[in-house]
Ligand binder design. Structure first.
Ligand SMILES: [Fe+2]
Ligand SMILES: [Fe+2]
Length: 251
């Protein structure tokens, strides 16, 4: 198995592994993003057992031991399972994540102390790339959830938001909201709660030109509209769930 590599924005590379055995017949994709600044950053380490595949893909772009930053959306195997493998390979590398993730998991689970990112904290990677950390607790799941906005290219590294099934093109300008709704219907992977729409609309306020999905193609276009449409659907879903709970039980 090998990762497909595509440059989805200047200096941002999508390392994509399609696994046909998950959710057949379409399969399921795991994407890792290398931001090739002077201080390279990897967003999503990949599963621990996928480490050789992701390392070999990174090695086609930079010497793996020069990796400087390891970041991810939340503490979960596909996001950060290979975190310590990367810390072992790259002596300068440091995990960077929000306060909750560091407190709850990473201060203990990472082999070297992480850098704690406050909401809105920025890391300048050099070569025109810089990332801003945005806390999104429980969105779409995980108390420690957060995203990174790369401000030079306007690319939102949005993790599990817009998760969809299947492989296919690295970049799309088509609809990503419909496939995300279908995946939510199938997996129920999101933590529905009342603040969901507001948090996702806050991301829309960043007006991203590109959305880098962890599970799906990268989207190029009006990212704010896509985020608002996703927020609308979650609010519809939450309202329907609450209405169902309020209905008197059948006797
Ligand atoms: Fe996740
Ligand atoms: Fe994920």
């Amino acid at each position: 198995m090998e990762a497909n590599i595509d440059e989805i924005a200047e200096g941002i590379y999508r390392l994509s592994v399609h696994v046909p055995d998950i959710a057949p017949p379409t399969g399921f994709t795991f994407n890792h993003f290398l931001l090739r600044g002077e201080e390279p950053l990897l967003f999503h380490t990949g599963l621990r057992r996928m480490f050789p595949i992701v390392r070999d893909a990174v090695a086609r772009l930079i010497p793996p031991d020069t990796l400087r930053w390891i970041a991810f959306g939340h503490y979960e195997a596909d996001e950060c399972g290979a975190m310590n493998e990367w810390l072992a390979v790259a002596a300068q590398a440091q995990v960077a994540h929000g306060q909750t993730g560091c407190m709850v998991s990473l201060n203990d689970m990472a082999d070297r102390p992480p850098r704690v990112l406050e909401d809105g904290a920025r890391i300048d990677l050099g070569r025109g790339l810089s990332v801003r950390y945005v806390d999104t607790p429980h969105i779409p799941h995980g108390w420690d959830a957060g995203v990174l906005m790369e401000e030079g290219t306007g690319t939102l590294l949005c993790g599990d938001l817009f998760t969809q099934l299947g492989g296919g093109a690295a970049l799309t300008t088509g609809d990503i909201v419909g496939p995300a709704i279908a995946a939510e219907d199938l997996f129920h992977f999101s933590s529905l709660h009342p603040g969901m729409g507001a948090t996702i609309r806050r991301l829309a306020g960043l007006a991203p030109d590109r959305l880098a999905l962890m599970h799906g193609p990268a989207f190029e276009g009006d990212g704010a509209s896509a985020l608002r449409a996703l927020a609308d659907d979650y609010e519809r879903r939450i309202a329907a769930t609450v209405a169902g709970l309020a209905r008197p039980a059948a006797t």
